[in-house]
Design a protein around this ligand. Sequence first.
Ligand code: TXE
Length: 484
Amino acid sequence: MKSVQPKGSHFIDGAYVDDTAGREISCVYAATGETVATLHAATPAIVEAAIASAERAQKEWAALAPVARGRVLRRVADLLVERNAELSELESIDTGKPIQETLVADATSGAEALEYYAGLAATLTGETVPLGGDFVYTIREPLGVCLGIGAWNYPTQIAAWKAAPALACGNAMVFKPSEVTPLCALKLAELFIEAGAPAGLFNVVNGYGDAAASMVTDPRIAKVSLTGSVPTGQKVYAAAAEGLRHVTMELGGKSPLIIFEDADLENAISAAINANFYSTGQICSNGTRVFVHENIVEDFIERLVERSRTAILGDPLDPDTQIGPMITDAQRKKVLDYIRIGQEEGAELILGGHAPEGPGFFIEPTIFRNVTDEMTIAREEIFGPVLSILTFKDEDEVVARANDTQFGLAAGLFTKDFTRAHRVVAQLQAGTCWINEYNLTPVEAPFGGVKMSGVGRENSKAAIEHYSQVKSVYVAMGDVEAAF
Ligand code: TXE
């Protein structure tokens, strides 16, 4: 494996920096278990430098004409597209995701976010409110320095999805990647400088949860946007509340995918595969509870298993590989535990379920049938390649069961009956729904959760509301009346 050791553990004020007093962070290639880079977690001095430089850069950035800010974001988008091959390889090494996925889903998705918000930057204006003589105008202002905290499944995409709207609104960002995938955001930070952004506008601070926690409560941080698990979300939300900071929380899910009797079966199976095995199942919006109408379940299972058997597991850097390893050995153990619990609770394992021999943190694509609503594998987020099939008889029943979860990130359904599709979607408790598709998240559409899956929305114009605030200015055109 070629060296992917960065020139420093953090990227602050336009340059790589390090402080070897920080606790070690080992970057492990999940396909072999070999260490490919070693970094040091941020010390208080690193955190201080990052926030201070972001605070300086934010003032300079916010003073630019919005179109000039957009131009910088656009250049970053172009650089991401130009360097896609190199960045995708790094993403595959950082996460273990197959190169055939990373080439189309990571730097490219980040580029789309930057391109979208580059265009939007110059359109962000206030409004004039006539009052019959007097009037009010509003100014859309940045919040200041925003803190982004990332998960390990999409390190480039998460950093770009957070930075693009934040920066378009005139904020600066300090980004803390997951300690498991610290490499990709550093590259994004380099590209911001290459594109002409002021030093400090997008700083990357690597470290564990405590480094992020110390920034959440820093008085100079105006907003916190986290992608991660529900327990971390609860902690970060509570800590941010102390200073009444703005928050966006993109958390976990246990989303339903409902296959009605009249569905196009092959399309529904393709969606179930994408909704469970893409990125080795490590996607928050995955449709892991697959509800199939009882009249078609046997045909559905036969074809699903037949197709899933052909999945090619292997080296993520091999273009033929379709399924990579789990992110870490700990995550693999956690998923294998869920597979064991599923069997113990009476679900029928019909495909996979094992960790193949050899190096790396692989798990076979796994399918359970005869899963019931109260089973652990139907209630908890597994975050691995484990698909559960549940059956249903009628629409009202499946809607109630689909909603019977603490989560509400996403939901999907397959039917040819469009009246039913819209009727069901209207009742589903989920932030994002798909009709006859699954897991497509274009930047043009809002993305986020309801219930325990989150607060706020990423992407689209909706994210602007979460990275800016409105000042209302009353203008009097006449004399001031007073009682005495
Ligand atoms: O997430 P964490 P982890 C789920 C998935 C997985 C589990 C754990 O089920 O098995 O979460 O993954 C930082 N204050 N998801 O450990 O712990 C942490 O350093 C501030 C779902 O990666 O939530 C990391 O950068 N920050 C998810 C980030 O929070 C803290 C995607 C997320 O860490 C902190 C990934 C604290 N007190 C995992 N503690 C999804 N749904 O998208 C930790 N962090």
